[in-house]
Design a protein around this ligand. Structure first.
Ligand SMILES: [Zn+2]
Length: 207
């Protein structure tokens, strides 16, 4: 059985599910071709707290930290959050449009939320990510590629340059790509013929 296998609506196995209201339908006919990698922590730099899930599900208590006043009125959610220990939380079905990218553009196409899946890594631009996060991200990438015609992976910083910096300089794209590649080859050997079901993925380092 494929880890994180997505059902027809885009809900994955092996994840914790918290439904977010910060989502809607994708435009009719919009193929899901892009995976967008982010980082987030609330408060910034503190890991393990429940506040990211609170933000994505519209339940932030703005009085907990003074910095949370800036979050007031913010309606955002990614599809997934990968915690420091590799646990995956899903907020929005991958078949639906989560509000994660904001003003963005990829290959001349604006509104990346229309055609992308957003994955947040619990982290910051200033601390290396955990091995367990790369493993989970690679597994999720393989599973989502089976369900959707993903062709490209980008960082939020690549589709919103000058406005966003995540996942940042300490996100190791090469490690992600290698972990993904090894996993893909393992799956191909496990389930002969399966590799044909996956399309090649372009990473930022390929462009
Ligand atoms: Zn981001």
């Amino acid at each position: 059985m494929l880890l994180y296998e997505a059902d027809a609506d885009g809900w994955c196995r092996d994840v914790v599910r918290y439904d977010s209201p910060h989502a809607d339908a994708r435009p009719p006919g919009a193929a899901v071709t892009l995976l967008v990698i982010h980082n987030i922590s609330l408060p910034a730099g503190r890991f393990g707290a429940p506040h990211v899930s609170d933000l994505f599900t519209g339940r932030v208590d703005y009085n907990v930290y003074p910095s949370f006043a800036d979050l007031r009125g913010l309606k955002v959610s990614s599809h997934f959050l990968i915690r420091r220990d590799g646990r995956v939380i899903q907020y929005v079905a991958a078949g639906a449009r989560a509000w994660h990218a904001g003003k963005s553009e990829f290959h001349g196409r604006a509104e990346c939320n229309d055609f992308s899946i957003g994955v947040e890594l619990e982290g910051t631009d200033f601390v290396p990510f955990e091995a367990a996060q790369y493993t989970a991200l690679a597994g999720l990438t393989v599973a989502l590629s089976r369900r959707y015609p993903l062709s490209d992976v980008q960082g939020h910083e690549h589709i919103a340059p000058g406005r966003k910096t995540d996942p940042g300089p300490l996100f190791d794209w090469q490690k992600y790509q290698q972990t993904w590649s090894v996993l893909l080859n393992e799956k191909a050997m496990d389930e002969s013929g399966l590799v044909g079901a996956y399309r090649p993925l372009r990473f930022p380092s390929d462009i």
